[in-house]
Ligand binder design. Structure first.
Ligand SMILES: NC(=O)c1ccc[n+]([C@@H]2O[C@H](COP(=O)([O-])OP(=O)(O)OC[C@H]3O[C@@H](n4cnc5c(N)ncnc54)[C@H](OP(=O)(O)O)[C@@H]3O)[C@@H](O)[C@H]2O)c1
Length: 259
């Protein structure tokens, strides 16, 4: 298999680089706007830093663009399009459409790992779904061949469906994280032990894996227990933003609530 090149050395570059490195695929080079980061990742992956995206010129294999979504379009202006015929070039974003790539370029696609990835927190990549798309069916096959080296779950996906999966993932991961932060801050107001809530957290996640969460909802909003809801809002009287979030979520659970 030809090498993988990484454009971006953040969370996703770190994880995908390690997954391919472990699978025995050479990492041909790494570019990052911060040269210290590309140098550090290159050392970890027996690779070398690239001076600029222009260094992809004449290369063969797979180049993964793992920079923040807002930076992808600008970064693509630095790609040596006239000289990358041997490369398949893919971004790793769930929320960025294929048409971010210049019109007429056929060697492009998306290689989106549907997982929350944080540098320094190892993940079992073999269980991470990789959602792939490309303009050219041959490139779908190439992306699938690379993805299947690092995961058991390779899923071709349309440009219409990918942002919906990304949106669902934002609710399930980013918003749940945010709720976890609120929960911790409430406990911290009186130094309460957060490990008391860990069995609840585990049970919530465990049951949601196998059962429609619509069948699992409990709590004061679901029961229409206005007395408890007003007690909670009283506890949040000095935190108007959190009280507003509590109201919004409770009303979303039970639109009949007079709050
Ligand atoms: N993290 C996740 O959980 C996850 C999961 C799936 C897909 N994705 C997607 O993967 C992509 C990368 O995400 P990430 O979490 O790896 O991002 P990240 O850690 O914030 O940054 C990735 C890299 O992009 C560089 N960068 C930042 N702004 C840039 C700019 N304006 N121009 C050029 N390079 C820039 C960073 O350089 P510096 O070191 O200088 O900041 C870093 O090397 C995004 O499209 C994201 O949607 C992320």
């Amino acid at each position: 298999m030809k090498p993988v090149f990484l454009i971006g050395a953040g969370n996703v570059g770190w994880h995908l680089g390690q997954a391919f490195h472990r699978a025995g695929i050479p990492i041909g080079g790494i570019w990052s706007r911060n040269p210290d980061r590309s140098a550090a990742l290159a050392t970890l992956l027996d690779s070398r830093p690239l001076a600029s995206p222009m260094a992809l010129s004449g290369k063969e294999g797979l180049a993964l663009i793992a920079v923040p979504d807002r930076a992808i379009a600008e970064l693509l202006t630095a790609i040596p399009w006239q000289d990358i015929y041997g490369l398949t070039l893919a971004h790793t974003s769930g929320g960025t459409p294929m048409d971010v790539f210049p019109e007429g370029q056929s060697g492009v696609g998306v290689f989106y790992p549907l997982q929350t990835l944080t540098q320094g927190f190892p993940t079992d990549f073999s269980q991470v779904p990789v959602l792939i798309s490309a303009r050219d069916p041959d490139r779908v096959s190439i992306l699938a061949a690379y993805a299947s080296l690092i995961t058991a779950r390779v899923v071709p996906i349309s440009d219409e469906d990918r942002p919906l999966l990304h949106l669902a993932a934002v609710f399930l991961n980013n918003f749940v994280h945010h709720i976890g932060i609120q929960s911790n801050q409430i406990l911290a107001t009186r130094q309460l032990d957060r490990t008391l809530l860990l069995p609840l957290l585990r049970e919530t996640m465990h049951k949601m894996e196998t059962t429609d969460p619509a069948l699992l909802q409990t709590g004061p909003a679901r029961r229409g227990d206005l007395t408890t809801i007003l007690t909670h809002l009283g506890l949040l009287k000095d935190q108007p933003r959190l009280a507003a979030l509590y109201r919004l979520l409770s009303s979303s659970i039970n639109p009949e609530l007079p709050i």
